[in-house]
Design a protein around this ligand. Sequence first.
Ligand code: NDP
Length: 395
Amino acid sequence: MSTSVSSNIVSTNILKVLSLSPEEYRKRKVALISGITGQDGSYLTEFLLEKGYTVHGIIRRSSSFNTGRIEHLYRDSHEGPKMILHYGDLTDSTNLVHIISKVLPTEIYNLGAQSHVKVSFDMAEYTGNVDALGTLRLLDAIRTCGLTRHVRFYQASTSELYGKVVETPQSETTPFYPRSPYGVAKLYAYWIVINYREAYNMFACNGILFNHESPRRGRTFVTRKISRAVAEISLGKQECLWLGNIDAKRDWGHAKDYIEGMWLMLQQDSPDDFVLATGETHTVKEYVDKAFSVIGRTIIWEGEGEELVGREKDTGIIRVRVDPKYFRPTEVELLLGNPAKANKLLGWKRKVDFDSLVKEMVLADIEAIVLSVREPSSNELILDDLHVKLSTTLS
Ligand code: NDP
């Protein structure tokens, strides 16, 4: 009985909004984000709330808390623009239809994914189910709800689509050659977005985003693994950092900059696909060097391949070693993006450079570790000792 009452309300709501023109409908500014609990989802939520959107997010049921990155965004519902969370999963079509028909979003950002490349080799089928078919399910849910003309759709495509180097820098016209189950799943998602755009006239865009990082990056991703380890080393809590392929080259930007690009894509007159990148590439080794320099230490590299070690100049202590268990079965050697189209048509440019990104990540990890230590007086001593003015550096 209660189910049929609630589905009646839902269909009444849909009928009401479908009587609006797409322009009137969009003025409601309602965003739905899959992957809201992730790095990008949390920054995007902050960004959209600032712009006056009501933000709905899909979260997975978990036996432990997975909302740490967005907890600061809860607000009393009487205080204006707000964030509302719904349990859901990209593997559950009925649930997606239900959420969309209830929320009636004007923009959907599909950021949800099994997003770890190395893990995708261990969980290839699951990665395909979530990253490839999950995108199809969301697009079909929009169609099922009769909202194809009303909703604008952003797909989190990735530079991992390029995989094996065919040309550099990589742009919207560079052929794809993915090198992981993650990349292959995202390739399906990329094409299904274009297919639905062409077949059903949907406003659907691919943002082909190169790596973007922040203090909110997951701790198993290489940049955050390094920044965390360097922070631990600076506080005497860890001696050595183990890494995989440290010669891999990546185009790293700051997640906050990339969020704005996602939103800009959905504000254009017509849907299109865009690369967001910095146009610079750095090796993992350079990231390590820069991260150690933030705490005033220099690393000297010795040896080759699996024997390569990074030794701290002043103390002679080995701080970095290579462990082949972190190598991927097929590696992406070089990513370097060309953001010229986004620069020109979206007016988008990255603001945070490589050095500032690394510095922010290391300092944020030092702060997080220090704040987790119990005695406040020893915290102050550690901070003084490091000459890190954390409260002013991190806003
Ligand atoms: P994260 O790994 O930080 O976040 C992934 C999000 O997806 C989390 O909220 C996670 O939920 C959610 N998720 C995972 N599986 C499912 C599922 N089955 N159903 C619904 N939600 C699910 O990724 P980022 O924020 O860094 O990236 C956002 C998107 O952008 C991803 O699609 C990623 O592949 C893509 N991308 C990222 C790049 C980067 O450099 N960061 C570069 C290019 C593309 P939970 O918290 O419960 O795990």
